[in-house]
Every structure is written in C-alpha cells, then in structure tokens.
Design a protein around this ligand. Structure first.
Ligand code: GAL
Length: 418
C-alpha cells in the first residue's frame, strides 16, 4: 500500500507507520469530517512506532560471514552488555546468512547444526535485554546458497515469531533469477515482482502480530527509497555491499547525498552495516565512517568482532554525542551543503534547532580549509554561532563562517552549532 497524501488534511488525519504498517487513521470527506478509515490496521495499532529512530545493533556478516555460530551470537550478546554497547543503544543482535537448515516434512524451516536451538538462543539474547534478528530471502536460496522463503513466506514469518525474532533482513538474492525467468527483458514487470515479493513478507510479518523491524536488502534497485515505505520497510539498503576499506566505505557514504528526503521516523535509508573496527580502517577512517553514518541518520549496525574490540574502536562506536546525532528525534538525514575538492561540508538538522556540521576530508593529505567557509547561511544560520567540537568534546564558544581548523587525511571535524 502506498502512503497516500491526497485528500488528507493536516490536523485531521494521522498517517502513522506502526510496526511497519501504514495506517491511515481516518479519511477526510469533502465536508472535512473524519470518518472511520479502511486501513491495514492490525493488532499493531496499539504499539509504538517501530524504528522511530534508526535501528542500532550488531550483525554477524561483516566479520563472521558464513562461519557464524550460536556461540558467536551468545558471546556477542554478553559483550554488548559488558562493553556498554547495549546501554549506548546497540540492542539488535542480528544473525545474517548461513543459519538456515532444511525444512521438515511440514515445510517448517529448521536451523542448521551451527544453531542447534534458535528458540533457546532467542531466550538467551532476550534475557540480556537485547533483541534477536534473522535473515532470509524471497528467493528459493539465500545469497550464500542456503534455504530461503520462496513459497513459505507465511510459514517462515510464523516460525520467526514463534522463536521470538524481532528483526528480519530480507535479501533479494536468488529472487533476482526468478524475476528474470518469469519476466524476461521486462524490467518494469521484474520490478513489480520484486515489490510484490517484499509486500508478501510484510503482510506475513503483520499476520504474526509480533513487532519486527523489516529490513530490505536489494542493493538500492528500482529506487527502493521511493517505494520501501509502501511495503512496510523500516530500512532499505541503498547500495551494494560495503567492505572494510576507506574507498568503498566513503564512496557509499558520499553517494547518499540526495536521498535525505526519503528518510523519516519509521523508515530509513541503509548504506549498509558498519565496518568500524574491521579490516585496516585506521582511527581517522573509523571516525569518518561513524560520523558519516550518524550524519546520514543511518542504522548503526556494528559488524566487528566484539571479542577483539580495542578501546579506541569501543570509544568510537560508543561516543554518546555522535550516537545522539544519529538518533536525533527529528529524524532528518543530513545533506551535503558544500564540496570543494576532497573537502565536503554536511549538515544535519537536530531537534530544537541545532545543527550537526561535519567537515570531511576525503583527500590524501590534511586540509587547513584554506579559503573554505563553513557555509552557515546555506544551513539556515547567520552571524556567530555557539559551537562544540564533538569528537574533541570541547566547547568552542562563538564561531563565524570563516572559522577553520585542520581536518586530517581521511578524517573529519564534527561540530554541533546553535
Ligand atoms: C548480501 C548482502 C550482505 C549479506 C550477504 C549474505 O547480498 O548484501 O549484507 O547479507 O548477502 O549472503
């Protein structure tokens, strides 16, 4: 169902995305009277907005990939608590691909030998004050070649609910082949099949009555940001896969410019999971990654091995002020305000009128910002502003448009100004 704004008047009608359900609370007649609405309202109406702020948690893929086991998930749950990450907001523990076993005689999906008892695992994760996420595909096989949901959507959603699953990442994978086979050379028809497949699982989730974050993964095809909310998505991947290097991470982050109008409480652009602490990303690169994702109001789904997390990486992932920018209740994704060579200035409006301002240096040498103004006017600010340097945790007092500083190679300076 598409979000329909036509004929609706502000103040009369509440469009509310609840648990991935778009509910038109009432329809306005010509006389302006509100009448009871036809809606996809379900038991979900009484619960609060799912993903009111970008989801935060951890996912197994970026580090463990196909090797992830029940023990890795339990260890991660323990560490999310003991490191303070849970209390910083990272509550979803998401098992990505390769947990799937075969189906039993009734068609019910089983977990494989790496995950002996999914319900027990969910109970364990829940006992830590965390939530459990899982992964599947609308195709017959997942991207790693495991059993997926084609033809079993309702059954799988019911099984996830029975296990106690709180989050589903639904990855296109082999369904792409089905689309090509059934609608050869007909891209619009293929795209419709894709949207229908995502809607099918959306409805299956709703039918369970269990709130689940619904995460679309189809790599940004067919401008998913345009129709994601209409199939109940709480987040949708906007790109192909991230990898743990500066070029790929920064290319993805920078290419989100222009998508800001599609993000809002309940549904977010997802530039993929964090690689902070993975690969060879150095301190400044990790800081840039975290800052860029916070400026984008992106889901913060850590992807590192918590058993080996360094204090530096922990401090980056748990910087409270940076997380607060990502999680700001206004739910606005930041925009690129200015670019000059390798230097880019992005701004994100925050609740109460302040702005987060990030000065990125994607270049190969430090920048003194020579000749580069902050471009405060383009952010709707004028004169002197009160500024705080977030990563330095230092109040700067009043600054003007010509304020400048040194921005390290592959680094960023993040301000909050008001
Ligand atoms: C990819 C997806 C990755 C991961 C992987 C698992 O399609 O983009 O994030 O989920 O599949 O096989």
């Amino acid at each position: 169902m598409r979000v329909r704004r036509q004929g609706l008047q502000a103040g009369c009608v509440v469009l509310w995305v609840i648990g991935s359900v778009v509910v038109a609370g009432a329809k306005v007649t010509q006389s302006g009277k509100a009448v009871a609405a036809k809606s996809t309202r379900s038991a979900a109406t009484s619960r609060s907005l799912v993903a009111a702020t970008p989801p935060m948690g951890w996912n197994s893929w970026n580090f463990f990939a196909g090797k992830v086991t029940d023990k890795d998930i339990r260890d991660t749950a323990d560490l999310l608590v003991s490191t303070g990450m849970r209390d910083a907001g990272y509550v979803y523990v998401n098992i990505d691909d390769t947990w799937e076993g075969k189906r039993d005689a009734t068609g019910k999906i089983q977990s494989n030998e790496k995950f002996p008892d999914m319900k027990a695992l969910a109970n364990y994760v829940h006992s830590k004050g965390l939530k459990l996420g899982i992964y599947s595909s609308p195709g017959a096989k997942t991207c790693a070649g495991y059993e997926a949901s084609l033809g079993h959507e309702g059954q799988d959603a019911a099984t996830y609910a029975e296990w106690g699953i709180d989050y589903l990442k639904y990855d296109l994978c082999s369904y792409g082949g089905v689309m090509h086979q059934q609608a050869p050379n007909d891209v619009p028809a293929q795209n419709k099949m894709m949207r229908d497949a995502y809607e099918l699982m959306h409805q299956a989730i709703l039918k369970t009555g269990r709130p689940m974050v619904y995460s679309l993964c189809q790599y940004g095809d067919d401008s998913v940001w345009d129709w994601g909310p209409s199939v109940g998505a709480n987040l949708w991947r906007t790109t192909g896969d991230i990898s743990a290097n500066f070029d790929r991470m920064s290319l993805i982050g920078r290419s989100q410019a222009g998508l800001e109008k599609f993000a809002a409480p309940g549904h977010w652009n997802d530039p993929d999971m964090l690689e902070v602490g993975n690969g060879r990303l150095n301190h400044d690169e990790n800081v840039t990654h975290m800052t860029l994702w916070a400026m984008l109001a992106a889901p913060l789904i850590a992807g590192n091995n918590l058993t080996q997390m360094t204090p530096d990486v922990a401090a980056i992932l748990m910087n409270k002020e940076v997380i607060a920018i990502d999680q700001d209740a206004l739910g606005k994704q930041g925009s690129r305000i200015y670019a000059e060579g390798p230097v880019e200035i992005w701004a994100k409006p925050l609740k109460g009128g302040a702005k987060a301002v990030a000065i990125f240096n994607f270049g190969e040498t430090a920048s003194e910002m020579r000749g580069i103004r902050l471009h405060l006017k383009e952010m709707g600010l004028s004169g002197l502003v009160t500024a705080r340097d977030v990563w330095a945790a230092k109040d700067l007092g009043k600054i003007g448009d010509t304020w400048r500083t040194t921005v390290p190679r592959h680094g960023v300076v993040l301000l909050v100004v008001r």
